[in-house]
Design a protein around this ligand. Structure first.
Ligand SMILES: Nc1ncnc2c1ncn2[C@@H]1O[C@H](COP(=O)(O)OP(=O)(O)OP(=O)(O)O)[C@@H](O)[C@H]1O
Length: 257
């Protein structure tokens, strides 16, 4: 029996803005087994980033239950967050960006040297270690962001639209790359995307979110996730169309059609 690594029940998050309460998330239930990939897809403003902030331990002002491996989110530790713009420090080299988290965890110089070398090597980044982020392509920058997260050996990887600024070809390469990492490490991954094909390629479980207030409208179980052979084939396209219909239906409701 698989145990839920990530378990969210009746999550409710509000913001207070100039004396007005904005409900960003309401009645959100979500679960993901250890070693599985989940994808969240939904329109702007449906609360995806709010949900990630809670999971990353950056916002503890919520109601409901949120458990990661049986514990409330604390930030750091077993959870790593990769943001849309990668969050790399432009004034630091690839190497210095990658070792930052290890330094913060007070690892010894020897541990830092060996762990960072291993991860950069694995991700094919060693030859780029002395470069600055501005001297890298978008795909390389994304790989550095992944290296920086993986060097801390997380159990849960949260990725907020990680590939949105990449061109289509690089995007597919990095999707493949992420899958390889997932297959190797058995990480639990939760990823936000606006891209339907990406959701079907990467998500064992796809959560379709809706705004007003943000909630999960539909959960799609997807056995095709991670199958390179199926990409672009008829069952894959059918799954994309199913997802598209859910997202479209939501738009129609919102417009009162
Ligand atoms: N700090 C804040 N103060 C007030 N309202 C906020 C705050 N952050 C988010 N909101 C509101 O909460 C709702 C959800 O926002 P959130 O950023 O989580 O959505 P999102 O789905 O990530 O959007 P996008 O896809 O555009 O990034 C929106 O209505 C937004 O305006």
């Amino acid at each position: 029996m698989s145990v839920d690594y990530l378990s969210i029940a009746s999550l409710h998050v509000e913001y207070l803005q100039r004396g007005k309460t904005i409900t960003a998330l309401d009645s959100v239930d979500l679960s993901l087994s250890q070693g599985k990939t989940g994808v969240i897809i939904g329109p702007s403003g449906c609360g995806k980033s709010t949900l990630f902030n809670v999971l990353a331990g950056l916002n503890d002002r919520y109601a409901g239950q949120v458990l990661i491996n049986g514990q409330a989110p604390r930030g750091g530790g077993e959870t790593a967050l990769i943001l849309q713009e990668y969050g790399l420090f432009p004034w630091k080299t690839v190497w210095d960006n990658v070792i930052l988290g290890l330094q913060l965890r007070k690892k010894t110089p020897r541990e830092i040297q060996s762990q960072a070398t291993m991860i950069l090597d694995k991700l094919g980044l060693l030859p780029l270690a002395k470069r600055y982020p501005a001297q890298l392509s978008g795909g390389q920058r994304q790989r550095v962001a992944i290296a920086r997260a993986l060097v801390l050996e997380p159990k849960l990887l949260l990725m907020d639209e990680p590939f949105s600024s990449l061109d289509a070809l690089t995007r597919e390469e990095i999707q493949d790359f992420l899958l390889e990492i997932w297959q190797e490490t058995g990480l639990t991954i939760l990823l936000i995307t606006h891209n339907i094909e990406e959701a079907v390629f990467l998500g064992h479980r796809i959560f379709v979110m809706s705004p007003g207030p943000g909630h999960i409208e539909q959960i799609v179980e997807n056995e095709m996730a991670g199958d390179y052979e199926l990409r672009g084939k008829i069952p894959f396209l059918e799954m994309c169309n199913l997802l598209r219909s859910y997202l479209h239906r939501r738009k129609k409701y919102a417009a009162g059609v």
